[in-house]
Design a protein around this ligand. Structure first.
Ligand code: BGP
Length: 483
């Protein structure tokens, strides 16, 4: 079947260190904020956090990727991955976050991981901070509220860029940088509870991350001249619930809560709408003299984002049913189905989002998270082999990839696609294993039981075909191209 994916399209999958590695204190690693959040982001919102690592936290062992990475990367290679997105756990490299010297054992681990990827011709795509702020920085500085974190982050950046300059060419600075407004501990290492923080304090912390991101981009280009550095935003796709002009305006304003962070990364300046909002709300950001120049001169090379679902918004919701998904809050779209966790499934929304981001920024895009979290059931196939008949996941991914292809036909430049949770891992929002995303099942359960055995699902073979045919094997609806 003819395909519109470019020959060099980077097909792959994504994970995050804190959700898969385990080995939470191995070989000198310090605790990160993830080690005190046993119930993930939902737990943070409910005030559930511990003072130190506790056995009920599935992330302490994750899926033991730290010791099993060779087997896992070999499985990714069997599917034909061109790229593998993972993060470097900052506290493996600087255990408390503010040391002068890095932890060699942590650096050596990621050398082994990247070497294993490159052995199979798989490009590493590395997230520098994926909700993994060293706990020491949270406890001593209250995370990104303190501007000194910029220098600690740049010391970390210089260390990993120098160490991996011949192995890693694609970098993302902060995972879903806009999530700091919703989950300041998970995203910004801020221990002060969200309800005790003013908007000004949240945006000040955001500003520190934005400066750090721009300076890290500068550093990457100096140390790794052929590197590409992307920003990474939580893609919240919002539709007006009705064509009422008030709903259009409400949606436009809600949209800007997400777009403002990509605006600053991609255009190098705070847009006028946020500056006006700051003025009206008497939010005064403290900026150093060179901050505006730093942002203007160090914009990102590409825009990456996560996409799972879409929501509606309305100025007059009436009895519209509330919903959400991946930190978004809105109203149910009556035309869409939802996942078992209530996230509304909207493949065409991905085409819409790709077009909107490309029209707005004219920079290459990279979908670095997309997938279906579901309760999978282990069964035996006709040959008596263990498997999961995850046709529902194949349907979700196929539909989204068809819309990625439609966006390419619309003229959008897309570097690649890394489906989220390419192997079952601990979920971010609920810290569950039972919310499975992978092409590979991992025998581990919410109660911590299991053998960690890896088992190929039906979707493993489906994705292998998709990659081998560069999208040619995707099932396309009759009306291949709407309008
Ligand atoms: C995003 C995170 C990922 C991933 C994803 C899915 O916010 O970047 O870490 O977890 O959410 O969410 P969940 O794991 O809660 O289903």
């Amino acid at each position: 079947m003819q395909t519109h994916f470019p020959e060099n399209f980077l097909w792959g999958g994504a994970v995050a260190a804190n959700q898969c590695e385990g080995a939470y204190d191995a070989d000198g690693k310090g605790l990160s904020v993830q080690d005190i959040l046993p119930q993930g982001i939902r737990g943070e919102k409910q005030g559930v956090r511990t003072d130190t690592a506790t056995p009920d936290n599935l992330k302490l062992e994750g899926i033991d990727f730290y010791h099993r990475y060779k087997e896992d990367i070999r499985l990714f290679a069997e599917m034909g991955f061109k790229v593998f997105r993972t993060s470097i756990a900052w506290s493996r490299i600087f255990p408390n976050g503010d040391e002068e010297e890095p932890n060699e054992a942590g650096l050596a681990f990621y050398d082994r991981v990247f070497d294993e990827c490159l052995k199979y011709g798989i490009q590493p795509l590395v997230t520098m901070s994926h909700y993994e702020t060293p706990l020491g920085l949270a406890q001593k500085y209250d995370g990104w509220r303190d501007r000194r974190l910029i220098d600690f982050f740049l010391r970390y950046a210089r260390t990993i860029f120098t160490r991996y300059k011949d192995k890693v060419k694609y970098w993302l600075t902060f995972n879903e940088i806009n999530s700091l407004l919703h989950a300041p501990l998970t995203s910004g290492g801020i221990l002060t509870p969200r309800e005790q923080l003013t908007e000004e304090e949240l945006y000040q912390a955001m500003h520190h991350e934005l400066i750090a991101s721009a300076l890290a981009t500068k550093l990457a280009h100096e140390i790794i001249p052929d590197s590409k550095v992307g920003c990474m935003i939580l893609g919240i796709t919002i539709y007006p619930l009705t064509p009422h002009p008030d709903d259009i305006i409400k949606t436009m304003l809600h949209d800007r809560e997400t777009l403002v962070f990509a605006d600053i990364h991609a255009r190098g300046a705070y847009p006028s709408f946020i500056l006006n909002e700051f003025r009206e709300k008497k939010i005064h950001l403290h900026m150093e003299q060179d901050d505006e120049t730093i942002l203007a001169e160090n914009t990102c090379d590409f825009i990456s984002f996560s996409y799972y679902s879409s929501i509606c918004d309305s100025a007059h919701p009436g009895d519209a049913k509330k919903t959400g998904g991946n930190l978004s809050q809105g109203y149910v779209n009556p035309y869409l189905k939802a996942s078992q966790w209530g996230w509304q499934i909207d493949p065409k929304g991905l085409r819409y989002t790709l077009n909107r981001l490309y029209d707005r920024y004219q920079k290459p895009l990279f979908i670095v998270e997309n997938g279906l979290g579901a309760k999978d059931k282990l069964v035996f196939d006709e040959k008596g082999e263990k498997t999961v008949e995850d046709d529902y996941r194949i349907e979700y991914l196929n539909a989204h990839l068809v819309e990625v292809e439609n966006a390419i036909r619309d003229g959008v430049e897309i570097i690649g696609y890394t489906s989220w949770g390419c192997i079952d891992i601990v979920s971010a929002s609920t810290a569950q294993m039972s919310k499975r995303y992978g092409y590979i099942y991992v025998d581990r359960n919410d109660d911590g039981s299991g053998t960690f055995e890896r088992i190929r699902k039906k979707s493993f073979y489906w994705y292998k075909d998709v990659i081998q045919t560069n999208g040619g094997s995707l099932k396309r609806p009759e009306e291949y191209r709407i309008i």
